[in-house]
Design a protein around this ligand. Structure first.
Ligand code: 13P
Ligand code: SF4
Length: 306
């Protein structure tokens, strides 16, 4: 039997020996954070994926993130550490669903959240992440925008970008959608000194009660830099845990006990170890045609997002 520390040391040794880069989404567990080359939100992961010079990239997160890495670094071997970790929101609309939907919005530019499959991205004009959505939509020359698939993130952008005509559709993150306005009101009542920090995937009536709304990285940065001592965290529960390590003198409360993404919780340190060994993970394989078509909105995201 190995301890967590011993398993981590083996991963670090293999990573160096085989020139592997481990990219970790902020919702992963802390034992995985500790072996990462980079930890961050979806936007930061895309930027890192484009610039790594490793031979192999292991993505600890969900499938659309590993696909994004492959599109940005097609010459590299890209592994999703846990083969069944997917994002239910990304599976809400296929490429053909979006093709049909576009018929109802002639002349609209399609803004697709990065939480979409590569097939869906082939029908989009630009991708956005939670941290880049507002800036990108503001920078787009187009006036009429179809924002998909998350209407909550879309409504948050629309509120701050009234100069654009933004159409929204049904969809969203099943994890963040579970949080209710009542839970937010009760949490604020229970912790009157705490600031409420939420992810814009939450319902608009929850985000409206927040002191800050932003991406996973944005929430962590805000909590670290704030003079406040208590925070209610309205995103995946892992962020509550990580913030305790980053700011041991501050107190963090979960907005809801339901804020757990089962898919983000799939990946274990053992998955990372086996991916490094070459006996685990799922290699992302995509045709050149698919990469060329699905990469266009991602390149535009990086171009408009700066
Ligand atoms: P960000 O990492 O961009 O904040 O997105 C959160 C998320 O739900 C990823 O699946
Ligand atoms: Fe998808 Fe929501 Fe989980 Fe993020 S938190 S991976 S959007 S289901």
């Amino acid at each position: 039997m190995l301890t967590t520390r011993e398993l981590q040391d083996e991963i670090l040794r293999l990573k160096k020996e085989k020139n592997i880069c481990i990219l970790v989404h902020a919702y992963q567990s802390h034992d995985i954070w500790e072996v990462a080359d980079y930890v961050g939100d979806s936007y930061g992961l895309s930027v890192e994926a484009a610039k790594t010079d490793a031979d192999t990239v292991i993505m600890c997160g969900v499938r659309f993130m590993a696909e994004t890495v492959k599109m940005l670094s097609p010459e590299k071997k890209v592994l999703l550490a846990n083969p069944i970790a997917g994002c239910p929101m990304a599976d809400q609309y296929s490429g053909s669903d979006l093709r049909e939907l576009k018929k109802d919005y002639p002349g609209y530019a399609v803004v697709a959240y990065i939480n979409t499959t590569s097939d869906t991205k082939t029908e989009a004009d630009v991708c956005v992440t939670s941290s880049s959505a507002l800036k990108i939509v503001k920078n787009m020359p187009e006036q009429d925008i179809l924002f998909m698939p998350d209407p909550n993130l879309g409504a948050w952008v629309r509120d701050m970008c009234p100069e654009k005509n933004i159409a929204l559709i049904k969809g969203g993150c099943p994890t963040h959608l579970r949080v209710t306005k009542l839970e937010a009101e009760l949490a604020k009542k229970e912790h009157p000194e705490a600031l409420l920090l939420v992810h814009p995937e939450c319902r608009p009536e929850v985000t409206a009660l927040a002191d800050y709304a932003g991406s996973t990285t944005g929430i962590m940065k805000y909590a670290k830099e704030s003079d406040a001592k208590e925070f209610i965290i309205g995103t995946e529960y892992s962020i509550v845990q990580h913030l305790q390590f980053e700011c041991p003198d501050k107190t963090f409360y979960a907005l809801s006990s339901d804020l757990i993404c089962q898919n983000m919780k799939m990946t274990t340190l053992g998955d990372v170890y086996r991916s490094c060994l070459g006996t685990g993970g799922d290699e992302i394989l995509m045709s050149d045609e698919l990469i060329a078509a699905a990469r266009k909105p991602i390149d535009r995201m990086i171009e408009l997002g700066g």
